[in-house]
Write a protein that binds this ligand. Structure first.
Ligand code: C2E
Ligand code: MG
Ligand code: MG
Ligand code: MG
Length: 290
């Protein structure tokens, strides 16, 4: 299959081409059309207040309904048949498509959250942001535009960034984060504890929330060291007045242990799986776990 790739440019697949390179080429070509063809979907995973078992907010998680990636029936029943972020976001970051995709995520999730907030006024929205988006000079303006277009208050949105993103280009990050802080949006450090950590940045940057990576609780039997890390992060967060969210809560035992350690919020399959948007209102109507 040959594909037109911009004016006058035709990519011809040589028989000798490795299967991997071929797959990458078709992936790139398909990804270029995915936005225009409306093939992205968002799932929303509730953030759960561990003491009450109630959902307080949602994190938007992108999926790609790539034609041919699953059975036709599965396309209507996410997440089966959907390409997970790991299957296309690295490529989108490399070739810059993440900027447009990220803008779509922000606007779609923002509009959706504004709608839900008419019924659940306290619902908050977390959106993942990649490093490439942060270096886009338009980014803060895009966030502001989303707020004005949707009527969502800035305090209802928290942007999730990883430590590695903040560390790879600290100066750009600091400038962009200052603009975002002026808008009033929240900032979370995602996968906290896995990156290169100079903890001093927590004081320099306008951080509101630490999301403790699931690596620390994902073992069937968390080690004493794992628990010590979590305890220390919770303590640090309390001192700096940051919210804590522990990721990857998969069992009732883990839920109880994290509650005991004083962690505010959690996310994970035991608490609630990522949901299709139509299932979110039911998740906010009553406590999900006790
Ligand atoms: P993340 O932001 O750390 O999101 C948490 C990931 O853990 C999600 O994977 C979620 O489905 C999964 N998860 C939730 N609960 C559990 C659990 O109990 N156990 C396990 N093993 N996993 C759990 P997902 O949806 O595949 O997303 C992977 C990553 O892709 C995200 O990690 C985030 O870094 C990135 N991502 C997702 N959506 C977006 C987006 O819209 N924009 C950007 N830039 N990145 C995104
Ligand atoms: Mg996240
Ligand atoms: Mg995370
Ligand atoms: Mg993670």
């Amino acid at each position: 299959r040959a594909k037109k790739d911009g004016p006058g440019k035709v990519v011809v697949f040589e028989p000798a081409m490795h299967a991997e390179a071929l797959a990458r080429l078709t992936l790139t070509a398909d990804l270029k059309h995915a936005l225009a063809a409306d093939q992205f979907r968002l799932l929303y995973q509730p953030l759960i207040h561990l003491d009450s078992g109630r959902a307080t907010g949602v994190e938007a998680l992108i999926r790609w309904a790539r034609p041919g990636s699953g059975s036709p029936a599965a396309a209507f029943a996410p997440p089966a048949g959907f390409v997970p972020p790991a299957g296309f976001l690295p490529l989108a970051e490399e070739n810059g498509m993440i900027t447009d995709i990220g803008r779509w995520v922000l606007r779609t999730a923002g509009a959706q959250a504004a709608e839900w907030r008419r019924v659940f006024p306290e619902l908050t929205l977390n959106v993942n942001v990649s490093g490439r988006q942060l270096t886009d000079p338009q980014f803060a303006a895009d966030v502001e535009r989303t707020l004005t277009d949707t009527g969502l208050p800035a305090a209802a949105i928290t942007l999730e960034l990883t430590e590695s993103v903040l560390m790879s280009d600290p100066r750009t990050a600091v400038a962009c984060l200052a603009d975002l802080r002026d808008l009033g949006v929240g900032l979370a450090i995602d996968d906290f504890g896995t990156g290169y950590s100079s903890l001093s940045y927590l004081q320099r940057l306008p951080v509101d929330e630490l999301k403790i990576d699931r690596a620390f609780i994902s073992r069937a039997e968390p080690t004493a060291a794992d628990l010590a890390v979590i305890r220390t992060v919770v303590e640090l967060a309390r001192t700096l007045k940051l919210r804590t969210v522990v990721e990857g809560v998969e069992t009732g035992e883990q839920h109880a242990a994290m509650r005991e350690l004083g962690c505010d919020h959690g996310q994970g399959y035991h608490l609630c799986r990522p949901l299709a948007p139509e299932n979110i209102p039911a998740a906010f109507a009553q406590p999900l776990v006790v």
